[in-house]
Design a protein. Sequence first.
Length: 334
Amino acid sequence: MGGKTKALILAAGKSKRMKSDKSKVLHQLMGKTLIEYVVEALETDAVEEIGLVAGPHNISELKEQLGERVKYILQERQLGTGHAVLSAKDWLSGFDGNLLVVVGDAPFLEREIVERLVNMQVEGGHAAVFLTTVYEESPPPYGRVVRSDDGRVLRIVEEKDADDTEKKIREVSTSHYCFDWRKTEKVLDKLGNDNAQGEYYLPDVIALLINSGEKVETLCVDDKLITFGINSREDMAYAAREMKERILKKWSARSVTIVDPNTTFIDATVAIGSDSEILPFTYLSGNTKIGRKCKIGPFTRIVNSKIEDNHCIQFTSVINGKSIVMDESKNCRS
């Protein structure tokens, strides 16, 4: 097995449930597009190159957003996740290593999880490792992980194809995989589309690998947000609430006082210096940089601006694209 790892993001879906002219993965979540969160999670020393599978309907938009951060692979027809990986065979020609496959609508994916997937696959000599989580009650409509009586993985069955017994399974697959590419390439052409959607499912590769005598393992995580994929506007609203909370907790841990988390909104792109205080009804967005020992708010919105150390900005409707220096603002030294 090669020691190199490539990553492939699946982002060619037409996102019908979003009911938007914009590609789902290009919708904004707390200052970043969904696809940017995923790309950042893959920008780790464990991954040497990132490929992105796009469709004719969104490849131009994705190129405009991401530039040269990824290699672009066109999936002419959207025939399922398995077909999307098949579309990348030219990009993977001659590759002898590990292939991470992730979906582009999972903004809570973390670098730590990416590295754990790769390490588990390499160290265990598995043909594949895939991410799972377990729900105590009815899980969302994700693929169920079917195991034998002794706990070995047998297959993944999509909910639409699951029988009543399989639908009761609480462990679900999350569409994030790490494959030994050489072993996986041998079985990909055996994928069929005899299922409820008439598509070529990537999860079916798991059963093909097992049936050919290969070892497959799972990485089960407790944090279900890591596994959360966005399909609708309702999902976007839920993700915004959760991402907002994570961002505020991050800054609190870095010596920033958040007086009222309920009324404070900080984009993922914002930077704040230590010992600053963010008061209620404050919105910080874009590439805003707040210095040390500043007091921002209440009732203030700052966009794409730089506030130097020791400044008070309050009751300000919008500061946009400015650099606030000593003679332009009330000093906060008191």
